[in-house]
Unconditional design. Structure first.
Length: 404
């Protein structure tokens, strides 16, 4: 009977352990995994308690122990009797008398070294989420890898006042067709079957890390890609330097605030055109280094030591009109990016995917590879490049302030 109880407890423990492994591999929720882990701990404790209780029961006389042995092995004994051959062995562990001693700190302790990864508890790597910056872009749909677009512009001629019977002037326009090609970003991880089997949540952690790194790299490319080789051209690379124009020297030395400087850049973008009477570009975002955001916005004070800008929450977006000012660690200290990110076009030509498989000799070395990749268009139309400015705060300040 005791053996049946022990077997039942061991079976439940094994089944729960298998359910936990399956849940982890299938990406179960944190609550589901926590619940299964709690059940597993309770079943393990119950099994251990039963084993300990049997140790006490087993300390019996030889006759009692031998009788129990015969009862437990009745079927084996009947088989031996019928076959007239075979054997079973009974080993009696007699109780050993022990001297009771005091309980001291030296009475127990940790093992010399815990098994490798015995206490490992994996969770998702905490990486910055730059997806809101990607979401500012204009998402296009296309059924072709090569995305064509046409830009229109005036050419010659214009309207004029015409006398009765006079000849009307001729006007015309022109166009240019350009093409955008998709970019591919990818990375892979190599895992051992033992690591995935032995370490809870290893698979979920590995796949999550691969996806998070993909999104960070994509955002970096959209804003800082250098445009060489297989790299896309980022918005800051497309961005031009600030041109003060008629705003030059309109402030006394050190007389402008960061908001004045931001508005000067916005005005520069609004008044810069590819051709006469073009619709003005309207920036929708300003990106600053977090330190500049704190010093020049959140902590800025007037002459009475009152907050210069009300409602600025530390490291949260601050909105002025249709423009949102955001802190981003990728922007170097002392620089600012101002632009209309709706003019930066991206596609989901081949959406992010994860593939698993074997390469080289991984099948016989108990390893496998996870690949994460995507392909997407990322471009700004030729005329729309006027909608982006990337410069230093010092240069903008110097452009609108008098030298002395």
């Amino acid at each position: 009977m005791d053996k049946e109880i022990k077997d039942a407890l061991e079976l439940k423990f094994k089944e729960t352990n298998e359910r936990l492994d399956t849940a982890v591999e299938n990406g179960a929720t944190k609550d589901e995994i926590t619940k299964l882990e709690g059940t597993l701990i309770k079943q393990g404790e119950a099994l251990q308690d039963f084993i300990e209780s049997q140790k006490v029961v087993s300390e019996k006389t030889f006759d009692d122990a031998f009788e129990d042995f015969l009862n437990e092995n009745k079927e084996n004994l009947d088989a031996i009797l019928k076959a007239k051959t075979g054997e079973i062995e009974f080993i009696y562990d007699a109780p050993v008398s022990k001297v009771v001693g005091d309980i001291t700190a030296a009475g127990g302790g940790d093992v010399a070294a815990a098994p490798v990864n015995h206490n490992t508890s994996l969770s998702r790597v905490r990486l910055r989420d730059d997806n809101p910056l990607i979401n500012m872009c204009n998402v296009i749909r296309t059924s072709k890898p090569s995305f064509p677009y046409t830009e229109m512009s005036p050419k010659d001629g214009d309207y004029t006042f015409v006398a009765e019977g006079g000849s009307k002037p001729q006007i015309d326009f022109q166009w240019a067709v350009r093409y955008a090609e998709p970019y591919k970003i990818a990375a892979h991880e190599i895992l051992t079957e033992e690591a995935v089997r032995d370490l809870p949540r290893m698979m979920d952690t590995a796949k999550g890390y691969l996806k998070d790194r993909h999104d960070l790299f994509k955002a970096n490319g959209i804003y800082f890609g250098d445009g060489t080789g297989e790299n896309c051209t980022g918005a800051t690379v497309i961005g031009r330097a600030f041109i003060a124009g008629d705003m030059a020297d309109k402030f006394a030395l050190n007389g402008s605030t960061l908001m004045d400087q931001i508005n000067a850049v916005i005005t520069d973008i609004y008044t810069t055109h590819n051709y006469t009477d073009e619709v003005p570009y309207m920036p929708n975002v300003v990106l600053l280094n977090p330190v500049d955001f704190f010093l020049e916005l959140q902590a800025a004070k007037d002459a009475n030591n009152w907050a210069l800008y009300g409602g600025v929450q530390l490291f949260s977006g601050y909105k002025i009109g249709n423009v949102t000012i955001l802190p981003w660690e990728k922007i170097p200290a002392g620089s600012m990016f101002v632009g209309d990110m709706s003019k930066y076009n991206i596609s989901n030509w081949v959406r992010y995917s994860v593939r698993l498989g074997w390469i080289n000799d991984q099948f016989i070395t108990n390893k496998f590879t996870i690949v994460g990749e995507s392909r997407f268009h990322a471009f700004v139309k030729n005329f729309d490049e006027q909608a982006f400015v990337y410069d230093t705060i010092a240069n903008v300040k110097a452009g609108i302030e008098a030298a002395s």
